[in-house]
Each structure stands twice: as C-alpha cells, then as structure tokens.
Design a protein around this ligand. Sequence first.
Ligand SMILES: [Zn+2]
Ligand SMILES: [Zn+2]
Length: 248
Amino acid sequence: MTTPSATTGQQAADRIPVRIWSMNGNRDEVGVHFRDQDLRACGLQDGDRLLLDINGAVVRGDVCIDLKGPWLGTQKLKAEGWSHRRITDALRAVGVDNPSEHVALIVERNGLVLPATESHELQRRAAALAAAGVSSASAAGSTTPTKFERVVQEFARSPAVVAEVLRIAAGRCELCDCAAPFLRADGSPYLEVHHVRTLAEGGADTVDNAVALCPTCHRLLHHAGARDREAALSKLRERVTRLSPASV
Ligand SMILES: [Zn+2]
Ligand SMILES: [Zn+2]
C-alpha cells in the first residue's frame, strides 16, 4: 500500500463527474472517463487508485491518462478479484447510455478511506466499502477525527406540540405500541417526536402531523427501504386517527 499524502484544506474533493461509455451497443465494453479539468480539481493524477461509488455501483480502478484522455483503468485488478466483468456488471447497473453522466463519490483514494461528516453519507461510504470488501488496514479509522464546523438551517419547533404528542402517546410508541425503552433522568418515558410529513418537505409543526415513536420505529421511518416505510406509514395512518390527510 502506498502512503497517502494527507488531504488538507477546507474540504477534500470527494466527488468527481464521470462519463460512462459503452462501445456501440456492445455492453461488455463499458468505460469510465473523466474530464481533465475535473481530475485536476480533485487533485488526482495518473496511477492514483480509486474506489468509486457511481450511483450505487461500486467500482475500483486506477487513473490512466493516455491519448484518449483520463479514464479508469481496471487491468491491474485481477489479483483482487476485480475482473473487468465485475466492473462492467456494476456499471451496467447504473444504466449506461452513450454516454451517461454521473457524479462519482470517491470512497477510497490510494488506500485512504475518505471520512464523512453526515450520517447518510457515512452509510453510503460504508456500504461501498462493504461491497468492495473492506480491509483491516482501511478499517483503522483515526484516533484524532477531524472536526468540521458547518452552517445548518434548523426549523424552530414548538415545545407545546412535542409535549402534547408525548402526552397523547402516554409512554407507548404510536407505531409499534411498545412501551418507551427507558426513562429519562426526570422519570418521563423516552420517545421521539417525528413529523410524518417532514418540515423540510413543507409539513406543519402541528399535533396532527406529529407522532411519538420508539427509537427503532423512528429510525425505520427515516432509513428503511420504500417497502418497509410504506407499510409503517399505512400502519400509522390506521392507528393514529388524529393525523391530518395532508400529512400522510
Ligand atoms: Zn416503535
Ligand atoms: Zn423523524
């Protein structure tokens, strides 16, 4: 493994636009190409080894710069089980049209796993590493994780709505009907108040758009796949009659 030089500055470039080409209808030949200026903007150069997530397709390769311009070479990867076939199959999964444009997430660069500050992105990177077969070397993490400051837009929420929803729930999750998993320091049952139609989507901060959930059900509504989420929402609609039609 090469020793990666630390990326410094405000934000390491961790995304790069790519063009995916298939050779005239021959779907066995799929290539990932970069633009010179994008490569430069990301500080990438000939020979850099990359693990990319391209719309969920995980591909590994090295930057090759030749007469055709920069592209992702895969020829040195046979020893790791990254056959050309495996990579073409992954790329086909993102739907190759001649050419199709995507923005690739750089998951690993010369053996260095790029960190994430946001949980959705952390999960996406972890899934890509799992698909690629994470190595114990790259799982080393850091004893001094980098801190970032960021500007976040928050909605001012009504404590009265939270209090009223918790009062109605009376210590039980309104989705699964389980008792709150533990008590807070003040002795009140721990439940989380969730907006069924999120405030970001234009949902109202009102009792008829909010439910009290156990942590597991709350996570489910935010992170489950479409099928589980739909099932949970229709159960909520059935169980919680105060919800307004606009919220569900
Ligand atoms: Zn629950
Ligand atoms: Zn929520």
